[in-house]
Design a protein around this ligand. Structure first.
Ligand code: ADP
Ligand code: ZN
Ligand code: ZN
Length: 751
């Protein structure tokens, strides 16, 4: 009897595909292995074996597996269970999960690990005397002596006496001396060179340091977290900014590692990994691995393979995609800044929430999850109130640092009196000037990138819009272009208004680029940097901006929400929130919650040892409850107001939401189809169906969009609802031929 395998293919098609397994591979292939299979007339894909059986399908001729690239599975059984859960919960296909989960290097045939040449001291180098004799011997070869000194400096030999055989990449060393000098040292047997696969580089972290001792409130919080985790699968650590949450995580990590377990540490943003990496590296050294999308594919494959090996990283730090890595003995998951909406993947499918998925993953392993933040998401807070999660609070900042003083400024009034200087109030400018005089640093927060959010014709009011999407274009001054922030399409700025010929096109509003321009003019002496999507396209640019600011090389940092995310700076005395209203006016039921979180987080960047930080909050809605709650640091007040509204209007956490999106090129047809789908859904779901509506951006990349909202009671079975949704979609798409080209997808628990 032939052996059959059901495989997952990296395609957005439902279900698995069955192939038969030719004799030579019958014993070798197991669940989780990769197999190369033919598909359609001429295509080949790398599939993942999900099931092995003997039930030969009779409806079609089964094709054979054509190749088996490796001897070991690339996926552990538990990961397949996790994939099933993701596809099921987030209403997508296993193929879509596959594409998101596996680094693309594992999708395509064979893979060659990237190697790099490293150099290190020859084995005898432990002997101090030998090293001196080397340096002596190089007296007449100053270039080589210099190269050796550089090596020692790079490998930290001079400060850390313990591990003298640290590797430094050859390229690094050659970059600071010369290829000839390095080669000469190798020839003389002072240095030796070796090839290492990239992911296994271990350079420059010779010794590990002990954990910082916790202070009394931290110790208490740490013990309480441990107690809570005995009773709950999840514990929320609600600690004000700079209270030492990260220190507590490190103690929790050390404890888990001590039990022989692995730890996954999730961060919402690559920008944060640099700072946290340094802190973790000092304590956990080589046990720490890092995984994120700015890594090359070869590096990601390398880490994946290492996690499958006998010597995996014990501690993995990563952004949301690291939940897909193989773990053999996961014991603890930490989700830092758990309230961040970047944990939710928007596009493409699977539209998963990494915090929620991580909690499910942890539960599958029997592991525990710690969520940490200064501004918990309302969902997590609610789960604590319901006693589903444990809750631990930390209300003091570490050492003498006080929480900042927040002052609100009524910019509507100041505009009326013509006292604003561009986007800046006199109060803010005064504070900035003072801070600069005292060599302190300033953060200016504006949640819009680009130069001007809008260009408008002075005469007829014409506004440029994207040809593909239903949005106005943003002006970027440095490249003198209009850009669509949805599809990325760029346009030339017209010389005059295409509607009426007027030459004066006014730039409306302020983006980060314009703020930077204005600040440079007002403070020509100050060093200024900007951190937003446009200035951080590469991994190194993030690191450079943060590094320069941490080191005090930059005095004023201007940025979007990117700067709010848990970065830790020591010398910031003033924070300016330039325009609170853009955040509050966003048409979404989470707008106020998010505005609160953003403002509280940005404000939390202010404050120095022995000096209270100052935050200037500029707004046109000075009396708005959210503004008041931010000023009073009244998280509970904010939650109470929001929960009342959410309950009244049937939103999370009281109801679950599923958005059904429909896309089509033909707007009239789309409208008909959306109506029909909503009507069909109403038969089953009744008033739980709202819409169809035009979303705020109703056309993206030439496709028109409609949205149907499904609100499901928390107590109702989501599984049942999901089955119904798919069933109705299927009925509808097969009802009429012209409906076939409709694109339908779901966003479960949308953010
Ligand atoms: P949070 O994660 O709550 O924002 P951090 O853990 O980043 O707070 O702590 C803020 C700052 O205080 C960091 O620079 C950290 O090194 C320092 N710090 C906090 N707790 C301790 C401790 N117990 N020992 C030494 N330094 C600490
Ligand atoms: Zn005009
Ligand atoms: Zn566009």
């Amino acid at each position: 009897m032939k052996k059959m395998v059901d495989v997952i293919l990296p395609l957005p098609l439902p279900g698995c595909f069955t192939y038969w397994l030719p004799q030579p591979w019958e014993e070798m292939v197991c669940v989780g292995c990769r197999v190369v299979v033919p598909f359609g007339n001429s295509k080949h894909y790398v599939g993942i074996v999900k099931r092995i059986h003997h039930e030969e399908p009779t409806a079609y001729v089964v094709k054979p597996v054509e190749e088996v690239p490796d001897r070991q599975p690339v996926l552990l059984p538990l990961q397949l269970r996790f994939w099933d859960w993701l596809a099921d919960y987030y209403l997508c296909t296993l193929g879509e999960v596959y594409k998101a989960a596996l680094p693309s290097g594992l999708h395509g045939g064979d893979y060659h690990p990237k190697t790099e040449t490293v150099v290190r001291l020859a084995p005898r180098a432990n002997e101090e005397a030998w090293l001196h004799s080397c340096l002596d011997a190089l007296k007449r070869a100053p270039k080589q002596a210099e190269a050796l000194m550089y090596y020692l400096e790079l490998s930290n030999r001079l400060s850390e006496q313990t591990d003298s055989r640290q590797e430094v990449t050859k390229q690094q060393l050659v970059g600071r001396s010369s290829a000839a000098a390095v080669q000469a040292l190798i020839n003389k047997g002072m240095l030796e060179s070796a090839e290492l696969t990239v992911g296994r580089l271990t350079n420059a972290w010779p010794t590990t340091l002990p954990l910082n001792p916790l202070n009394a409130p931290q110790e208490q919080a740490y013990q309480t977290v441990l107690q809570q985790l005995e009773q709950h699968p999840v514990c929320l650590l609600h600690g004000v900014t700079s209270s030492g949450k990260t220190e507590i995580y490190m103690h929790l990590i050390a404890q888990a590692l001590g039990r022989g377990e692995q730890v996954l540490y999730l961060l919402p943003e690559i920008a944060l990994t640099t700072q946290i990496t340094d802190r973790l590296r000092r304590v956990f050294g080589r046990r720490l691995g890092i995984y994120h999308s700015k890594f090359s594919d070869a590096e990601r494959v390398e880490i994946w393979q290492k996690q499958l090996s006998d010597q995996p990283y014990d501690l993995l730090l990563g952004v949301r995609s690291s939940i897909f890595l193989p773990f053999k003995k996961l014991g603890l998951v930490i989700v830092d800044e758990e309230h961040e909406n970047t944990y939710k993947q928007q596009d493409p499918a699977p539209r998963y929430h990494a915090r929620n998925a991580a909690i499910v993953l942890a539960a599958m392993y029997g592991a525990k999850t710690v969520l940490g933040t200064a501004t918990p998401s309302i969902e997590s807070w609610y789960n604590c109130m319901q006693k589903k999660y444990g809750l631990v609070e930390l209300t003091e900042r570490y050492k003498e640092i006080e929480l900042p003083e927040i002052v609100s400024v009524d910019i509507r009034e100041l505009h009326r009196k013509k006292r604003m200087k561009g986007p800046f109030s006199p109060l803010l400018l005064g504070y900035v000037r003072e801070a600069l005089e005292q060599h302190e640093q300033v953060i200016l927060f504006q949640n819009r990138r680009g130069f001007a959010p809008m260009i408008e014709c002075h005469t007829c009011g014409w506004v440029p819009r994207c040809r593909n999407c239903d949005v106005t274009l943003t002006f970027h001054k440095s490249v003198h272009q209009l850009t669509c922030h949805y599809c990325g399409y760029t346009y030339r700025l017209p010389e005059c208004c295409p509607a009426c010929g007027e030459v004066e096109l006014r730039k409306q509003g302020f983006g980060t680029e314009r703020i930077e321009d204005d600040i440079r003019q007002l403070f020509p002496q100050a060093t200024v940097a900007r951190m937003d999507l446009d200035t951080t396209r590469s991994r190194s640019s993030y690191e450079r901006i943060i590094h320069d600011f941490t080191r005090g090389k930059t005095q004023i940092l201007i940025g979007t929400q990117m700067i709010s995310k848990g970065l830790d700076f020591d010398h910031v005395s003033v924070v300016g929130i330039l325009h609170a209203d853009t955040m509050m006016n966003y048409p979404d039921f989470r707008a106020y919650e998010r505005a609160y979180q953003l403002m509280a987080q940005v404000a939390g960047r202010a404050g120095r040892k022995r000096k209270r930080g100052r935050v200037v909050l500029q707004t046109k809605n000075i009396d708005h409850p959210i503004i008041q709650q931010v000023i009073r640091n009244d998280y509970r007040g904010m939650v109470a107001t929001q929960l009342t509204e959410r309950r009244l209007f049937h939103y999370p956490p009281y109801f679950r939401l599923v958005y059904v999106y429909l896309k089509h090129r033909d707007e009239t047809l789309l409208e008909q189809m959306a109506q029909q789908l909503a009507d069909r859904l109403r038969i089953h779901f009744g008033t739980r169906i709202l819409g169809p509506d035009k979303p705020p951006v109703a056309r993206v990349q030439l496709l028109f969009i409609r949205k149907i909202m499904v609100k499901i009671e928390l107590e109702a079975s989501l599984a049942h609802a999901r089955r119904l949704l798919l069933q109705v979609q299927h009925e509808m798409l097969s009802a009429e031929d012209r409906f076939k080209s409709l694109i339908v997808y779901y966003d479960v628990d949308p953010m």
